[in-house]
Design a protein. Sequence first.
Length: 153
Amino acid sequence: MRRHLVDGDVRPSDWHFTYPWFPIDHYVKPMWERLRDDILAAHIRDHPGTRPHGWWRFDAPEPRRQVGGTGQPSDALLPALKDTYSFGVPTSWWSDDNAAIHGCGIPVDPDDPPLIESEAAYLDRHNLLTDAERKRLPAAAFEPERLNLKDDE
């Protein structure tokens, strides 16, 4: 489960944590609280300008911002999906089909997909970057990231 707190992956031995009815936060959040300091220190050392899955799940002040491109996260129109985020980025985006069925919303434009603020830019905006991290980050780490929906196909 420690690896889940770092990278968000669920191993076969952890499949029960993916069941919709399983109260994952009840079990995983206390584990995160116990391991947070060790996981964060190692993650910041090895991956400056980013945070592990547990931090995004339990400690992030808000989701990362969409800073450009065309498309709308599904939770903007269907609030029940508010918890469908991965590393601060919505995992569900409005599609042409959604727009046709519901008669509203802005679907993702594959020629101009949403731009999301980078983790480094997010951490900087919230004054959460350590001085050591900031020194190790290239300027490109602060550039927006183009949403890649192809992984979901």
